[in-house]
Design a protein around this ligand. Structure first.
Ligand SMILES: NC(=O)c1ccc[n+]([C@@H]2O[C@H](COP(=O)([O-])OP(=O)(O)OC[C@H]3O[C@@H](n4cnc5c(N)ncnc54)[C@H](OP(=O)(O)O)[C@@H]3O)[C@@H](O)[C@H]2O)c1
Length: 287
């Protein structure tokens, strides 16, 4: 695949037609909305509980609402929620988008999707099915496979200790703002069509490493608490989500996600954000 003259292309940011952001009130979607708004790109910010000037109400389980959401849209940012862990939502949005003549879709997937464990379990099976549908959609497509979000530790902000499902397993923890910035490039620059970007931060960190870094920046102790995937999933997740989390976290725990890539830097033309910088920018969230 040819190298992109990354981050400074003439087409970068030049698409003026409507972009639909799904998952728009969440961590990544909210940031994509913020960054696209900053560029003056027309957009619709979709969720079941819309907010802000661009908010539109639609539900992946309501085909008619999806048809309305994609009308007149040039590109879709497709983010489906882990609490349901189903490819059904990807398929529903893709069907509506294809019918409406949408040109491009950027799917947020996850690192490790499609790899198999020693027991033959597939990592991120629901994302794998979604990725396959995106590739087969006939639209221009880009797949983003981020590693663990730095913002996962925000749980600590509620005064809790940091839940650790992954033991000493290290990951290329990535800043959600970098994930969103790559999404914005892919949504606005067709040269990303047909590409898979695996998005990590610049360093490998376990959850205890992240706690130590938080402690250093905040100047107070930060503890971790071992949590089983079953305990984690019992807080309002469906059984497919629980199963997906159990497979994925075991894989990380065994060290298989100790991966850093240079994809963020190749796309954005600058290094990915360090975890310590993410913490410094979110100190107020930790009280
Ligand atoms: N956390 C990580 O470390 C990590 C790492 C790699 C990949 N990922 C992937 O990132 C994605 C999650 O991103 P996120 O953390 O930004 O999500 P999030 O903060 O949980 O937000 C989920 C969004 O989806 C919307 N939503 C949920 N159900 C919906 C429905 N039925 N119809 C329409 N909208 C719906 C929610 O809004 P409403 O509730 O208002 O509808 C919200 O805007 C998942 O696909 C996950 O696999 C996560």
């Amino acid at each position: 695949m040819p190298e992109l003259p990354i981050g400074e292309g003439p087409e970068s940011g030049s698409v003026g037609r409507m972009i639909l952001i799904t998952g728009a009130t969440g961590t990544i979607g909210g940031e994509v909305v913020r960054q696209l708004t900053g560029r003056g790109v027309p957009l619709r910010a979709m969720s079941r509980t819309p907010s802000g000037p661009h908010g539109v109400r639609a539900d992946f389980d309501d085909p008619e609402s999806l048809r309305r959401a994609v009308e007149g849209v040039e590109a879709v940012f497709l983010l489906t929620a882990p609490t349901t862990a189903t490819s059904r939502h990807d398929l529903a949005l893709l069907a509506a988008a294809r019918e409406a003549g949408v040109a491009r879709v950027v799917k947020l997937s996850a690192i490790g999707t499609g790899e198999t464990t020693a027991d033959g379990e597939v990592i991120g099976e629901w994302h794998l099915e979604g990725e396959e549908a995106v590739r087969a959609s006939g639209m221009g497509w880009t797949v983003l496979r981020p590693s663990s979000f730095a913002s996962n530790v925000l749980r600590f902000a509620a005064g809790e200790r940091i839940s650790n499902l992954t033991g000493d397993g290290k990951q290329g923890v990535v800043d959600p703002r970098d994930v969103a910035a790559v999404a914005v490039e892919a949504l606005t620059d067709p040269r990303h069509d047909g590409r898979v970007h695996t998005l990590t931060g610049p360093e490998l960190l376990s959850v205890p490493d992240q706690a130590a870094e938080l402690s250093r920046v905040l100047g107070r102790p930060v503890e971790t608490v071992e949590v089983s995937p079953e305990q984690f999933a019992s807080s309002g997740m469906g059984s497919s989500a629980a199963r997906s989390i159990a497979i994925g976290t075991a894989w990380v725990r065994e060290g298989h996600n100790a991966v850093v890539t240079d994809d963020v830097e190749r796309v954005l033309g600058r290094p990915p954000t360090r975890f310590s910088d993410w913490v410094r920018d979110h100190v107020e969230a930790f009280g």
